[in-house]
Structures are given as C-alpha cells and as structure tokens.
Design a protein around this ligand. Structure first.
Ligand code: DGI
Ligand code: FE
Ligand code: FE
Ligand code: FE
Length: 187
C-alpha cells in the first residue's frame, strides 16, 4: 500500500499537532533504522500508524478490547494505554497489514514489553525522542540513541516509569517488564 495514501488517512484521524508528531516519529524511526540496520519500510509503516487510535472514544476502545483477543487487563489501567493495542487491531483489519513485527511495534509503543524486537525498540524510542519532545532527560536519551538502541530504550523506560510514579500513577505490568528486561540486556 502507498505510504502517501496511508498518510492522508492517518491525518484524517488526528489533530494537526498529533499528525506533526507522527511525521516526526516516522523521520526519527527511519533514521534509527538506517543506524541499526532495521527494515525502513517496516519502521515507516509502524511509525505512521502508531497513534492512529489516539482520539478514538474510550467506549469504542473498550469495546474493541473486550471483543478481540487484546488483553482485558488494559481496562484496569489508564485509558492512555489503550490506543496502541487498539490501533494494532484496526491496522490489521482495515489496512490488511499482516507483518507481526509491525503490528507489535504499534501495539507496544506506549508501554514496551519484555523481549522487544529491534523494530519495537525503534518505535518505542522514536516516539520518545522525536525532535518535538521536551521531557526532562530526553537529551541524554537522544545521545544514547546515537550508539546504543537498548540503553536508550532502557533510559526512556526508566524516565517514564519514574515520572509516572512521581505523579502517583499506576504502572502497567508490560512497562515494568520492559524496564527489567532492557536493564538485563545492557552490561
Ligand atoms: O501517544 P503519545 O503521547 O505519543 O505517547 P505514548 O503512547 O508513549 O504515551 C501516552 C501516555 O501513556 C504518556 O502520557 C505516558 C503514559 N504511560 C506510559 N506507560 C504507562 C503510562 N501510563 C500509565 N498509567 N501506566 C503506564 O505504565
Ligand atoms: Fe502513543
Ligand atoms: Fe479481550
Ligand atoms: Fe506517539
């Protein structure tokens, strides 16, 4: 499927601000894919679709989670965690994307998980470091991303988890699994 056609569909789902973020995630993911020898086509596809369901109604997302094989425990956590899993389902059904790695990169882009593939790491990281992001500590993660994909993902997972805890938020188990597994993968 043609990427320009996909871009128009994605643009129609998002705000201007969110679509601009998505395009920066595409560029960042392509850059990381060149650096770490990942499929550029898969990175582009996953990045363009990653926030596709960001503005779906909560009730629509809830229904999709209940009616499909997506994990129902998502419903016990913040609704911000639903848009990746829901997008992976929609993209498979509506756009016929069958590449499991691409679907998983979309599905897990918010939380990460244990045993992330290289593509999953690239999308997780690109979403965090795209040039529009201004989190405290992002500059250090951008520097790490120049040489060590796993270390950069670990630092991103750590920063996000620490931020959520500082705000008294709950942490989805996959976020913790991502943090632990990435930590175990580096020296
Ligand atoms: O969709 P984006 O804004 O581009 O970024 P995202 O999908 O990575 O993150 C969406 C939000 O989810 C962000 O505010 C951080 C939050 N988040 C990430 N992991 C967890 C989480 N929120 C909770 N409650 N628990 C988590 O484990
Ligand atoms: Fe997202
Ligand atoms: Fe379900
Ligand atoms: Fe995003």
């Amino acid at each position: 499927m043609d990427l320009d056609v996909i871009k128009q569909d994605v643009q129609a789902q998002l705000t201007e601000h969110r679509f601009a973020h998505t395009l920066r995630v595409v560029d960042t993911a392509v850059e990381l894919s060149k650096r770490f020898n990942e499929s550029i086509r898969n990175a582009e596809l996953a990045a363009i679709f990653h926030d596709y369901a960001k503005y779906y109604n909560q009730s629509t997302m809830k229904q999709i989670i209940i009616e499909t094989d997506l994990p129902n425990d998502l419903l016990n956590y913040h609704h911000e965690l639903w848009h990746g899993p829901v997008a992976s389902h929609i993209i498979k059904e509506k756009y016929g994307v069958e590449t499991t790695d691409v679907l998983n990169a979309i599905k897990y882009h918010t939380t990460g998980r244990a045993n992330m593939s290289q593509l999953e790491k690239i999308i997780f990281l690109a979403d965090y470091i795209e040039p529009g992001r201004q989190f405290p500590g992002v500059e250090e993660v951008r520097k790490l991303a120049q040489e060590d994909l796993t270390k950069a993902c670990w630092m991103a997972a750590k920063n996000t988890t620490m931020y959520l805890i500082s705000k008294n938020n709950t942490i989805y188990p996959d976020s913790i699994h991502a943090y632990n597994d990435l930590r175990n993968q580096i020296n």
